[in-house]
Design a protein around this ligand. Structure first.
Ligand SMILES: [Zn+2]
Ligand SMILES: [Zn+2]
Length: 351
């Protein structure tokens, strides 16, 4: 009896493996490409590599690697290892723009390989990768990786404009501020204001989309999601420009990685350098006093106007208070809240 059972089981296994082996490589590669482009976390793709020898070989086919999405690269900073680095390099070789951007940011900010980082980001930017264009713009605005004199505001504005045209909300916001202030471009207050309103409208639309998606998930997994939803709503923006209660925009995996890298023990930030104060950014200074600070309290600093404006709405608005020194100098001189000022060497003691 048991022998018959054994025979049946082994026959089933044989038939199953036969079916899979019978599938042509092209079809498996096509399925793997779909999986790689729609994965929601690193294990979704990495588990494929671990399943069997055939899948391991086919999953590293250039066609599949070129489709791997950003969520696969969303590893925790503490899990960073040679094999992740190797996978990223293989994806770059296969022409994956998301991998170019991720590895570019990592090399530029974490490994301090500025030239290598910028050239990888440029590779992605040429293929119209909006976050890469925006990141290059921030590098130009700040003269990151070089001295203060290496800032190229006009190049920053041009890169920002390209990213904004592709629908990047932070770039749109940045461009609006540049036009409003005449920073790197001829001042045009009305046009700047128009872009800022447009950025807020897009931000609201994407926030509402996220809310709708979360509500749908709730219906499917009501009990499980209840706590998650409350948790997320805790980090919502209480006073957006529209007076609505909207959640904070989704953070790109690269930004989460940078933040974790420098805040945990994994990465090291040189003495005197600081991270951008916006929670969803994670960019570090590449030289002392590179970032601008809040002109009212002087306790927070930002890599860009976009980060400053967003953090103001999400968090800093309720925390910002004039520092004592400026109160003593006379409250009338205090500028409008939410402005930024450039840090000069002589300000060192204030911070
Ligand atoms: Zn920032
Ligand atoms: Zn402040």
């Amino acid at each position: 009896m048991s022998q018959t059972k054994k025979k049946r089981t082994s026959r089933k296994c044989y038939e199953k493996s036969d079916l899979f082996d019978g599938l042509p490589d092209d079809l498996v590669i096509s399925i793997l490409s779909k999986l790689a482009s729609s994965a929601s976390s690193p294990p979704d793709f990495i588990n494929i590599l671990l399943t069997c020898k055939r899948l391991n070989n086919l999953a590293v086919h250039p066609l599949v690697l070129s489709k791997v999405c950003s969520k696969v690269f969303a590893v925790k900073a503490r899990n960073w290892c040679d094999s992740v680095h190797r996978l990223l390099k293989q994806c770059v070789k296969a022409g994956n723009v998301e991998a170019c951007y991720t590895l570019g940011m990592f090399r530029f900010y974490c490994l301090e390989n500025r030239g290598g980082g910028v050239s990888l980001m440029a590779k992605a930017a040429i293929k119209s990768h909006a976050p890469a264009l925006y990141s290059l713009a921030i590098i130009q605005f700040n003269g990151s990786g070089g001295s203060k004199n290496e800032k190229d505001l006009r190049a920053g504005v041009a890169l920002c404009a390209r990213a904004a045209f592709l629908g990047h909300v932070d770039a749109l916001r940045e461009l609006g501020h540049c036009l409003q202030d005449g920073y790197g471009v001829r001042q045009h207050v009305i046009e700047g204001r128009r872009l800022l309103v447009q950025a807020n409208a897009r931000e609201l639309a994407s926030s509402l989309n996220t809310l709708v998606q979360r509500k749908t998930q709730q219906q499917h997994h009501r009990r499980l999601n209840y706590q998650y939803y409350n948790l997320k709503m805790g980090s919502s923006c209480p006073l957006s420009d529209f007076g609505c209660n909207v959640p904070a925009p989704e953070v790109h995996p690269v930004n989460s990685f940078l933040k974790e890298w420098f805040e945990s023990e994994v990465g090291e930030l040189a003495q005197g350098l600081r991270l951008c104060s916006h929670e969803g950014c994670g960019r570090p200074e590449t030289r002392a006093h590179e970032f601008r600070r809040c002109s009212v309290c002087g306790t927070v600093n930002y890599c860009s106007r976009g980060c400053q404006a967003l953090d103001w709405k999400l968090r800093h608005k309720v925390e910002c208070a004039p520092i004592e020194r400026w109160l003593e100098e006379g409250g009338n001189d205090i500028r409008v809240r939410g402005e930024m000022e450039e840090v000069v060497e002589s300000d060192e003691l204030v911070i």
